[in-house]
Ligand binder design. Structure first.
Ligand code: PLP
Length: 374
């Protein structure tokens, strides 16, 4: 057992900043009343700025997947069609969630490691006029590919479709402008680029998404993850308890601190800082003979994957980093990438140049015989 906790450099959860953990560890507040409601609403205002939306936002107690469940289950009734982009593990997860709601899934695919093609979405929309909803992952965490939402969003809007974006690993770390890009529903979570511990899911909803959701109010799925229920409480109980359940108040305070940190640094400045760090990591990997999995033109600013040395299963590198250097990095996800790549998460504001340089030094010292040497 490790005495000290592992240093987290995985694609979530991240290592939050100290002020965020202090907020998490503070006193427990009642989750209702005017004071808490003001804090909650202020947190939602900050969150909307990060989303780039004038629409409504919600904090759901749950992980990012609960937000995806809420969006898919609220927008469509069982039996309806949805177009889903699939070019990695999390695109496949969207398909699974949709199928569990009994939706008829039409897939738009690209090979793992390549971005989805907006032209394929156009073809699919034209071939399936009944499909009112489309869903796509922004940063496909399994492959580090960033899908072109800034093209798919306006296309979907132009053709009268609502686009759901899984921005769980991108919101707050990679540019995303919900309203400008025509995004209808956007889901994320506290424990990745928003800089907080796990526990909260975030959802933002545009007016056109509400139109879709409100078509068949009696055909919604469930209660807890039903966005109509969340809107109803945000309206009917606006002054004192604007959500249907016991809010995870400490998680909200931590997320609030994370959002304050992001807005104080400036959304643009932080993202630029991340881009520079990502390039430093890529250059450093090449210098020690490790090839990034994607070309620099397709770089994800908050997550980098690389191939291991020839003949080495990348799980060995992941184990070496944890056991020798107490640093948790991630392996490859799914049959195609398991043991072929490893992934380094740098989606926390606490990760700086020194962390990446140290990591590179430690990776450079890896030899396939590390277990025998250790
Ligand atoms: C992490 C992640 C999820 C799952 O989020 P949970 O908080 O674990 O439910 C979904 N989509 C993407 C793209 C992710 O990176």
């Amino acid at each position: 057992m490790h005495k000290a906790p592992l240093k987290l450099m995985i694609p979530g959860p991240i290592q939050p900043a100290d002020d965020v953990m202090k907020a998490m560890g503070g006193p427990v507040h009642p989750h209702y009343g005017p004071e808490w409601t003001a804090l909650h609403n202020d947190t939602l205002d900050m969150l909307r700025r990060v989303y780039g939306t004038g629409g409504e936002a919600f904090l759901i107690v749950g992980s990012g997947s609960s937000a995806l469940d809420a969006c898919l289950g609220s927008a469509l009734s069982t039996g309806e069609q949805v177009v889903i982009g699939v070019n990695g593990w999390f695109g496949e997860r969207l398909v699974t969630i949709a199928q569990q709601y009994g939706l008829d899934v039409i897939q738009v695919t690209a090979p793992w490691g390549q971005p989805l093609d907006p032209a394929e979405f156009r073809k699919s929309f034209e071939a399936h006029p009944q499909a009112r909803l489309a869903a796509v992952v922004h940063l496909e965490t399994s492959t580090t590919i960033v899908n072109p939402i800034e093209q798919i969003g306006p296309l979907a809007a132009q053709l009268g479709r609502v686009l759901l974006v899984d921005a769980v690993s991108s919101l707050g770390g990679i540019p995303l402008r919900m309203d400008d890009w025509g995004i209808g529903l956007c889901a994320s979570a506290s424990q990745k680029c928003l800089g907080a511990p796990p526990g909260l899911a975030t959802v933002a909803v545009s007016p056109s998404a509400w139109e879709l959701i409100d078509r068949a109010p009696d055909k919604g799925h469930g209660w807890y993850l039903n966005l109509r229920v969340w809107r109803q409480y945000a309206t009917d109980w606006a002054g004192w308890h604007p959500f249907p359940i016991t809010m995870a108040t400490n998680n909200v305070l931590a997320l609030r601190a994370g959002l304050q940190g992001l807005l104080a640094e400036g959304i643009e400045s932080r993202m630029e800082r991340y881009r520079v760090l990502a390039m430093r990591l890529r250059d450093g990997l090449r210098q020690i003979g490790l090839q990034p999995y994607t070309p620099d033109t397709l770089m994800a600013p908050v997550l980098t994957a690389a191939y291991g040395p020839p003949g080495v299963a990348t799980s060995e590198i992941v184990n070496y980093m944890a056991e020798v250097h107490h640093t948790k990095i991630a392996g490859g996800l799914g049959d195609q990438l398991k043991d072929k790549i490893f992934r380094i998460g740098h989606m926390s504001p606490t990760v700086g140049e020194a962390d990446l340089d140290l990591l590179l030094e430690q990776l450079a010292a890896f030899t396939p015989d590390w277990r025998r040497e250790a």
